[in-house]
Design a protein. Structure first.
Length: 111
Protein backbone atom coordinates (compact mmCIF):
# COMPACT_ATOMS: atom_id res chain seq x y z
CA UNK A 1 0.00 0.00 0.00
CA UNK A 2 1.26 3.46 -0.85
CA UNK A 3 0.21 6.27 1.49
CA UNK A 4 0.73 9.83 0.27
CA UNK A 5 1.59 12.62 2.71
CA UNK A 6 1.93 16.33 2.06
CA UNK A 7 2.03 19.59 3.95
CA UNK A 8 -1.41 21.03 3.25
CA UNK A 9 -0.25 24.64 3.71
CA UNK A 10 2.32 24.17 0.92
CA UNK A 11 -0.36 22.82 -1.41
CA UNK A 12 -2.72 25.69 -0.58
CA UNK A 13 0.10 28.24 -1.13
CA UNK A 14 0.25 27.24 -4.81
CA UNK A 15 -1.66 29.31 -7.33
CA UNK A 16 -4.97 27.91 -8.58
CA UNK A 17 -3.27 27.12 -11.91
CA UNK A 18 -0.43 25.25 -10.18
CA UNK A 19 -2.93 23.22 -8.11
CA UNK A 20 -4.94 22.35 -11.24
CA UNK A 21 -1.77 21.23 -13.02
CA UNK A 22 -0.78 19.19 -9.96
CA UNK A 23 -4.19 17.52 -9.82
CA UNK A 24 -3.93 16.69 -13.53
CA UNK A 25 -0.45 15.21 -13.01
CA UNK A 26 -1.74 13.10 -10.12
CA UNK A 27 -4.68 11.93 -12.25
CA UNK A 28 -2.30 10.92 -15.04
CA UNK A 29 -0.09 9.03 -12.56
CA UNK A 30 -3.07 7.12 -11.12
CA UNK A 31 -4.43 6.45 -14.62
CA UNK A 32 -1.13 5.13 -15.94
CA UNK A 33 -0.71 2.67 -13.07
CA UNK A 34 -4.38 1.66 -13.02
CA UNK A 35 -4.33 0.89 -16.76
CA UNK A 36 -1.22 -1.25 -16.27
CA UNK A 37 -3.02 -3.20 -13.53
CA UNK A 38 -0.62 -2.07 -10.80
CA UNK A 39 -3.09 0.08 -8.84
CA UNK A 40 -6.03 -2.03 -7.74
CA UNK A 41 -7.59 0.56 -5.41
CA UNK A 42 -6.97 4.14 -4.41
CA UNK A 43 -8.80 7.16 -3.04
CA UNK A 44 -8.25 10.72 -1.97
CA UNK A 45 -9.09 11.06 1.69
CA UNK A 46 -11.54 13.68 2.92
CA UNK A 47 -11.13 16.18 5.70
CA UNK A 48 -12.68 15.89 9.13
CA UNK A 49 -10.64 13.09 10.67
CA UNK A 50 -11.77 11.64 13.98
CA UNK A 51 -9.45 9.56 16.13
CA UNK A 52 -10.89 6.93 18.47
CA UNK A 53 -8.36 6.07 21.17
CA UNK A 54 -9.16 2.75 22.77
CA UNK A 55 -6.33 2.67 25.25
CA UNK A 56 -3.96 -0.13 26.04
CA UNK A 57 -3.97 -3.34 24.03
CA UNK A 58 -6.59 -5.81 25.30
CA UNK A 59 -7.58 -3.63 28.28
CA UNK A 60 -10.98 -2.17 29.13
CA UNK A 61 -10.04 1.52 28.92
CA UNK A 62 -12.81 3.95 28.03
CA UNK A 63 -12.76 5.01 24.37
CA UNK A 64 -11.98 8.67 23.73
CA UNK A 65 -12.94 10.41 20.47
CA UNK A 66 -11.08 13.52 19.32
CA UNK A 67 -10.94 15.69 16.21
CA UNK A 68 -7.99 15.02 13.95
CA UNK A 69 -5.04 12.71 14.25
CA UNK A 70 -2.90 15.33 16.06
CA UNK A 71 0.30 13.53 15.17
CA UNK A 72 3.66 15.12 15.85
CA UNK A 73 4.11 15.83 12.16
CA UNK A 74 3.60 18.65 9.70
CA UNK A 75 2.43 16.31 6.94
CA UNK A 76 -1.07 14.93 6.63
CA UNK A 77 -2.30 11.88 4.74
CA UNK A 78 -3.97 12.95 1.51
CA UNK A 79 -4.65 9.68 -0.29
CA UNK A 80 -3.63 6.07 -0.68
CA UNK A 81 -3.26 3.42 -3.37
CA UNK A 82 -3.18 -0.34 -3.07
CA UNK A 83 -0.76 -1.69 -5.67
CA UNK A 84 -0.37 -5.21 -7.02
CA UNK A 85 3.36 -5.63 -7.52
CA UNK A 86 5.83 -8.51 -7.45
CA UNK A 87 8.01 -7.08 -4.69
CA UNK A 88 8.92 -4.08 -2.55
CA UNK A 89 11.39 -2.81 -5.15
CA UNK A 90 8.61 -2.46 -7.72
CA UNK A 91 6.40 -0.62 -5.20
CA UNK A 92 9.27 1.77 -4.42
CA UNK A 93 9.87 2.38 -8.13
CA UNK A 94 6.20 3.36 -8.55
CA UNK A 95 6.33 5.55 -5.43
CA UNK A 96 9.39 7.40 -6.74
CA UNK A 97 7.33 8.56 -9.73
CA UNK A 98 4.59 10.19 -7.56
CA UNK A 99 4.27 13.66 -9.13
CA UNK A 100 3.01 15.68 -6.16
CA UNK A 101 6.10 15.76 -3.94
CA UNK A 102 5.74 15.23 -0.20
CA UNK A 103 6.21 11.74 1.22
CA UNK A 104 5.11 8.31 -0.02
CA UNK A 105 5.06 5.55 2.56
CA UNK A 106 5.41 2.01 1.16
CA UNK A 107 3.92 -0.66 3.39
CA UNK A 108 3.04 -4.32 2.79
CA UNK A 109 -0.57 -5.40 3.28
CA UNK A 110 -0.88 -8.48 5.49
CA UNK A 111 -2.29 -11.61 3.87
Amino acid sequence: MLTFYAIEDEWMALTQSERETGIADIGEWFGEHARSGKIVEGHRLGRGTKTVRLGRVRKKDLPMVSDGPFMEAKESVGSYAVVDVKDEAEAIAIAKRWPAGGIVEVRPVAE
